[in-house]
Design a protein around this ligand. Structure first.
Ligand code: F0G
Length: 467
């Protein structure tokens, strides 16, 4: 079975390596000529075609100044007060910049619409006053995956698939299971046994997925899934699926809208399988082409030191090759040794002039507690952004007067185990990092166990006040 492209839209598929433009994608979403990844492009995305997109999506004649990016901006803003489910979604609200999927196939949980927070304490720590976080953990299943998933799951629905599937470190699977359930499809989850957090596992169980814990790592799960989709009529929902990337683009569009279309100097994202960096970078480039923004922010990607194949790809091999590795980090979401979208991510770095950094386990844990202390919180993989920013400040790549937006990818409650262990002081016990970990002791706030009497509580309060 192949996945047909919708002909009503101006979007077309193209191979990122050989440039082939197939009419449809195979079930593994790879180029049949050379095996590389596919992406959507919008040939000659001219004002006239946007005019067509406006007409197609709104069913009405385009507004008078339809060739003007201002028309799009004002249409998107108008939709914020609409009662239509598509308009209320922070993804489908921007449907003019996405391939067309008819409304009857859309599965939406009103994803997107995530807040942009100033981080005053983190600003002090990094010396960057204009520091914000876009919290993608505030999505319906508590991670950034929902923005891509609503779009790709809708495409599976349109294709009439009964089963959807993904390999995951936990968030993709939680998101996929939810959207499949809403769309009356069955879902198959392949996750590495023992290496995903309870919060994420519990989600896919509750949403009704067939959840298989394989005795391998994420990369091993991907390998088996790729074989499976060649044999069974199962729709692949990993981020090699270009529909995922299109939906995820909207995080960047929404961010620019929140900033009144004035791009920040830097955007910083965690890097795992590198779908998110590819999506955000693609959105930035497209927004500039369409004159929705006038310049590109630098998009930088941060990896955990123990799961750093992309860092090495860029710093050791000049972005020319990626050497897969066995990955290990307590930030299990990004425990990935063979990222699928590395070539797309290299392109994004080249287009935006961003950097790649790596950070240690202790740096991640400390940054996570610092983001928590701003009353925001996030999961460990998201905290690499702040840890990376500190390094980019030290190297001089980010300057004090510049504006920075961190993309926080997952909610604090995704992985409470990590947080509790950190604050109790046992996150690194028995590990080589234990000595370095002492530097982060001052951030630990372990629970205090007391006798049940007022005096004991008052003494604790007074002690806290003195410290
Ligand atoms: N942050 C979180 C919380 C994630 O779950 C992931 C990836 C990333 C960052 C990295 O994003 O892969 O687009 O570079 N999680 C995937 C999953 C792999 O299966 O949930 P990426």
């Amino acid at each position: 079975m192949s996945i047909a492209q919708n002909t009503e839209t101006t979007a077309k598929l193209r191979c990122i390596a050989c440039g082939a433009t197939p009419e449809s994608a195979g079930q593994d979403f790879r180029c049949t000529a050379c095996g590389d990844l596919l992406e959507f492009f919008f040939p000659g995305w001219t004002p006239d075609q946007l005019d067509g997109a406006l007409r197609l999506h709104s069913g009405q004649a385009p507004p008078r100044h339809h060739t003007d990016p201002f028309a799009l901006k004002s249409l998107w803003l108008q939709r914020r007060s609409s009662r239509n489910a598509l308009d209320q979604s922070g993804v489908w609200r921007f449907r003019e910049l996405l391939p067309h999927i008819p409304a009857e196939y859309v599965i939406t949980l009103r994803e997107g619409n995530t807040p942009l927070y100033h981080l005053p304490r983190c600003a002090r720590v990094t010396g960057v006053e204009n520091l914000h976080a876009k919290h993608q953990g505030m999505n319906p299943t508590a991670s950034f995956k929902d923005t891509g998933m609503t779009f790709a799951a809708s495409s599976a629905h349109q294709g009439g698939f009964r089963w959807v599937a993904c390999a995951s470190t936990g968030n993709t699977s939680a998101s996929m299971a939810a959207y499949a359930a809403r769309g009356n499809m069955r879902s198959l989850v392949l996750i590495p046994d023992g290496k995903i957090s309870w919060g994420k596992l519990s989600q896919s169980l509750d949403y009704g997925a067939l959840t298989c814990q394989l005795r391998t790592d994420f990369d091993g799960c991907v390998h088996i899934l790729n074989e499976l989709v060649r044999q069974k009529p199962v729709y692949l929902l990993n981020s090699v699926n270009p529909y995922r990337i299109e939906g995820q683009k909207t995080a960047a569009i929404e961010l620019m809208e929140q900033l009144a279309w004035e791009p920040p100097d830097h955007i910083i994202v965690p890097g795992g399988n590198l779908g998110n960096s590819s999506a955000i970078g693609k959105a930035l480039v497209e927004m500039r082409e369409l004159k929705l923004i006038s310049r590109l922010p630098k998009l930088s990607i941060i990896q955990a030191q123990g799961a750093n194949p992309f860092y090495r790809c860029v710093h050791e091999f000049g972005g020319k090759k990626l050497e897969p590795m066995t990955a290990d980090t307590l930030a299990t979401a990004i425990r990935i040794g063979n990222p699928a979208s590395w070539k797309k991510a290299v392109r994004v770095l080249q287009a935006t002039g961003g950097e790649v950094e790596q950070v240690s386990e202790v740096e991640i844990a400390a940054a996570k507690a610092e983001i928590g202390a701003d009353g925001i919180g996030c999961e460990p993989a998201s905290a690499v952004t702040l840890a990376g920013l500190k390094k980019l400040r030290l190297s001089g790549f980010v300057k004090a007067g510049e504006s920075v937006v961190l993309i926080l990818t997952g909610h604090l409650l995704k992985d409470p185990d990590f947080t509790i262990k950190f604050h109790r002081g046992d996150l690194f016990s028995g590990m080589a990092d234990a000595t370095e970990a002492a530097q982060a002791n001052y951030l630990q706030r372990a629970p205090v166990v007391l006798d049940a009497n007022l005096g004991a509580v008052i003494a604790a309060l007074d002690a806290a006040e003195r410290n």
